[in-house]
Each structure stands twice: as C-alpha cells, then as structure tokens.
Design a protein around this ligand. Structure first.
Ligand SMILES: Nc1ncnc2c1ncn2[C@@H]1O[C@H](COP(=O)(O)OP(=O)(O)OP(=O)(O)O)[C@@H](O)[C@H]1O
Ligand SMILES: [Mg+2]
Length: 382
C-alpha cells in the first residue's frame, strides 16, 4: 500500500472551499498541492502550489493533473467517474471512480443503499411528467422531487404539497431524470462524519446535528444530543456504507431522525460542510484527516476539544457591501473563516463562523445574534 512522505504532491479536482481547507492542511504537513479549477481566483487555486486551468469534466486537464501529482482526490462528487478511471491508470485516485459512480447519480446511490439494506425514505425514480404524476400517487403527498445529477445546496429540488405543484416541480428539476421521495417529517437532521484509510481502518467524529433553512445548511452543532443507542446505530449504518464502497477518505452520511428511527438522506464521499466544526474544535480536522487518508498516512485523533457550533456565512450578508467583521473578531470563542470568494451572490457560501461553547444552544443564539449585528464595513483603503 502506498504511503506518500512529506514533499509529495496531492492533486485536487475542484477549487472550492473544501479543496482550499484541504490545501491548507496538506501544506501545513509539508505536502504540495496542485488544484484543477476553471479560475485562478477560486478559493483553493489562490493558495495551491500549482493551478491547472480546466473545468471538472476537462479530460485533457485531468490527464495533465494525473501526470504531475502523486495522488488525486476531489472536492465534489460531480467529477465524471470515467475521467477518474482514466486518471487511475496513471496515479492513485481516492475516493475511487467506483465510489463516485455510485454516489453522483441519486438513483444509483439509492439502489446501492437498498442493496446493503440501509434504511432510507420511500423513493422512486421518475423519467417523465406523466411518470411523475403516477408516482406522486404512489409515494403520496407531501413529497420532494430531486434531480438525479449535480444537485447541491438544495438546488434542483422541489417540494410537492398539492397536485397543482407537480408540473412546476418537474420544470424546477429541468424536466430531467429525478428521484421522488416522501417528505420525511423528521425530528432532527444529523450527519456521521468518518474517515476510512486504504487498509479499511475507520475513525468517527462526534455525530453532528444539522439545522437547514430552505434546504441549505444553516448551522451545525456538535456533539448532537442523541441517546447512545441512536448514535451507535447511526455509526453502524455509516460504517457499513463506507465499508461496502471500500471508500478512502472522509465521508459524511446525512440522516433524518424520526423518533428513534434513522433514514439515510445522502452520502458525500469527501469532507462536508457539516464537518467544518472539526477545523478548530477537534484534534484532527476533517481536512487533515482526508489528506491523511488519501496519502495513506495513519488517521488522526477525532476527539472533540470543545463542543462547537458552526454557522454558514452566505453572500446575502454582503448585500450592502463588505461586512465589518469586528463583532466576530472581538469574541474570544468565535473563529472567522472566509474563503476569499470574489463574488458574494445571495445563497452562496462565502465563509463560516465557529463558536466554541459548552452550551450549544447559547452558542447558536450568540452566533445568530452576531450575524444579525453585522453591518457594512466603513473602512476606506487609501
Ligand atoms: N425526503 C426529504 N424529506 C424531508 N426533507 C428533505 C428531504 N430531502 C431533502 N430534504 C431537506 O433538504 C435538505 C437538502 O437535501 P439534500 O441533502 O438531498 O440536497 P443537496 O442539494 O444534496 O444538499 P447538500 O449537498 O447541501 O447536502 C436536507 O438536508 C433536508 O433538510
Ligand atoms: Mg445534503
């Protein structure tokens, strides 16, 4: 099994914040990083040792990356698996093309979960508007339609509550092959964050409790206040998923908790937004852990140094100009992360704030109040 010593180069396909934080951790440990991304000003491209210009489906750029690095990883599951299969002929690719092929199509992902008997919401595939009308009768209202490919942050999703909403929902997913799922009346959303090494060793982080707004992650609190039996069950489900996929790297398994029942929502084969709390609140961040796993290094300690709340910072905060971050910077328990994105569009994840506090509800209230107090920065650069 290959272990890469410091000085080796990790290649990352994708230049977003997940890749950026992987690069930070890789460089801290003495590695080099080469990022393939369409633009030089993307968060990870800004700080990598090398940048290869290309879209995530640019075969020639992926080939160039493969020839110039020691191992390849991704910051998104939407890289075409066929390109990764070609790259794998040149250097190790972690997670493997097989993992991405299973996860990047929601229909294939759901069939895989069914095959390993992981609990999940009632769901069916839909290929046409007529098919959707029929299946809405089977699944029942309310339900949610999700495009099978390329969804993130709730994009390509539409909730259907009445028959009148069927056709608009079909248009909202671009009239493309989709999954129709029952709308689960969950009590809570959680995610199991784990890392799996090439030899099969796994480490688990404290289970995260996630609060979404409009289908997008707003806040994560860790550790989630779960009965031990539920936590054990969640970890057992996630570990059977990672093992069945022979995954290598970080993985997040998002789940709905309904009473004491768990249902798998989706799998992310990479560091995940709900694991950002680990960067500052755990001995080993999820980004360092991913780098360790894909380089074949021993996995790090996942213990929590302090309970933590993470709040996402969306582009909406830039509505009236660059915010003045003083209220966050002057709180001892708060840690500000900004990804260096140049275009603060509404709904775009621009950064996050981490708050360390024994009392998670107080931390959430404090964090939300802090965000409410942010006003435009008045500073002028001469
Ligand atoms: N079947 C469902 N029942 C109830 N709520 C749902 C269902 N599916 C999705 N949601 C809500 O929408 C959120 C986003 O859904 P999902 O995780 O499938 O989308 P996504 O676009 O892949 O999101 P991301 O990549 O940001 O995790 C969920 O976390 C949940 O709050
Ligand atoms: Mg999700």
């Amino acid at each position: 099994m290959s272990t890469h010593p410091p000085g080796a180069t990790i290649g990352i396909i994708g230049g977003g914040q997940l890749a950026q934080m992987m690069v930070m951790e890789a460089k801290r440990m003495g590695y080099r990083a080469c990022v393939l991304a369409p633009r030089a000003d993307e968060p990870a491209a800004q700080i990598a040792d090398r940048w290869i210009c290309g879209a995530l489906d640019d075969a020639e750029a992926v080939e160039r990356l493969a020839k110039s690095v020691d191992v390849i990883t991704v910051d998104s599951e939407h890289v075409p698996a066929s390109l990764l299969a070609d790259a794998e002929l040149v250097c190790p690719v972690r997670p493997s093309p097989h993992v991405l092929r299973t996860i990047q199509d929601r229909g294939v992902q759901r069939r895989f979960l069914e095959a390993i008997e992981a609990p999940q919401p009632h769901c069916v595939t839909v290929d046409s508007l007529d098919g959707l009308r029929e299946q809405v009768q089977v699944v029942g209202l309310p339900c949610v339609l999700k495009s099978r490919q390329a969804g993130y942050d709730g994009k390509g999703q539409a909730v259907i509550r009445t028959d009148d909403e069927v056709e608009p929902a079909w248009r909202a997913v671009g009239c493309s092959p989709s999954m129709l799922e029952e709308l689960v009346p969950f009590d809570a959303e959680i995610s199991v964050l784990l890392a799996r090494a090439p030899g099969g060793e796994m480490k688990f982080y404290p289970v995260a409790h996630n609060v979404h707004r409009h289908h997008v992650l707003h806040a994560t609190m860790a550790p989630a206040p779960l009965p031990e039996s539920v936590e054990d069950e969640a970890i057992c489900i996630a570990s059977s998923i990672a093992t069945a996929l022979e995954h290598v790297g970080m993985m997040a398994v998002e789940m709905f908790l309904v009473g004491s029942e768990l249902l798998v929502n989706e799998i992310a084969p990479r560091p995940h937004n709900s694991g950002h709390y680990t960067f500052g609140a755990c001995v080993t961040s999820q980004f360092e852990q991913h780098v360790r796993a894909v380089l074949g290094l021993p996995l790090g300690d996942t213990s929590l140094s302090s309970p933590a709340v993470m709040l996402n910072l969306f582009g909406d905060l830039w509505r009236d100009g660059d915010p003045d971050w003083t209220p966050i910077l002057t709180q001892r328990e708060a840690r500000l992360h900004l990804y260096g994105k140049t275009e603060p569009r509404p709904g775009r994840k621009m950064g996050h704030v981490l708050l360390l506090d024994e009392d998670l509800h107080r931390a959430l209230r404090n964090g939300e109040a802090l965000l409410d107090t942010l006003t435009p920065s008045e500073h002028l650069v001469a």
